[in-house]
Design a protein around this ligand. Structure first.
Ligand SMILES: [Zn+2]
Length: 215
């Protein structure tokens, strides 16, 4: 059975510590933090999206990074409690800020930032809007970090005896949804192509596509 995982700071250390986030190992080497159900623009805490990291023999991949540098730092701290392996890949499932504005925290790891091939243009167009709307204290100092590699249709990354399949999906929640499949555990990370217990506040592309089964 496939396990479905629906899955923006120069803060001074004294302002916010890089507390870690609770992650559950839902399958061997697959760790998930379930985000709170809340509107990113109204919440007093981040993250509000699900976050996953997958550990191979040689490297780690992070799928989505929360909505702030603070969230990204907490994710990084949680990963370091599990493994010292290098974080070679940061994968952003789509452009909504709660899924990628934590990228900044991973710059020191020098990973590839991977997204759908239609992501960069939308990211460049929307980042300023998100920066203007996100004024909460936890967002302070966050700076957007763009993708450095894109997926045209499908590609594979290797974490060391663990290959992940990245698939650029048709228009659905956005026009640039990217899914991640781990064949080793039959785990599919869907980003916002799957919601449980609530509906998305933002549908940026095609509701019919979103309701369709994931190819
Ligand atoms: Zn979304």
């Amino acid at each position: 059975m496939k396990t479905l995982c629906a899955v923006l700071l120069l803060l001074s250390a004294s302002a916010f510590s890089a507390d870690n986030l609770p992650f559950e190992e839902v399958a061997p080497g697959v760790y998930v933090h379930v985000g709170r159900i809340a509107d990113l623009f109204e919440t007093d805490r981040d993250p509000v999206s699900n976050i996953t990291f997958i550990v191979g023999d040689n490297a780690v991949a992070v799928i989505d990074t929360g909505g702030s540098r603070r969230a990204g730092e907490a994710i990084l701290a949680s990963i370091r409690e599990v493994t010292p392996l290098p974080i070679r890949y940061v994968i952003n499932t789509h452009v909504h800020a709660d899924h990628n504005f934590g990228n900044q925290a991973f710059l020191g790891e020098n990973p590839e930032f991977i997204a759908h091939h239609l992501y960069p243009g939308d990211f460049a167009a929307k980042s300023g809007y998100y920066l203007n709307r996100l004024t909460q204290p936890w967002f302070e100092g966050t700076q957007p970090v763009a993708a450095t590699r894109t997926v045209e249709s499908e590609t594979m990354i290797d974490l060391g005896n663990r290959r992940l399949i990245l698939t650029a999906q048709p228009r659905a929640h956005t026009r640039h949804d990217l899914t991640v499949f781990d064949p080793q555990t039959d785990t599919l990370i869907t980003g916002d192509l799957l919601f449980v217990d609530h509906l998305p506040r933002s549908m940026a592309a095609c509701s019919v596509g979103w309701l369709s089964p994931i190819p």
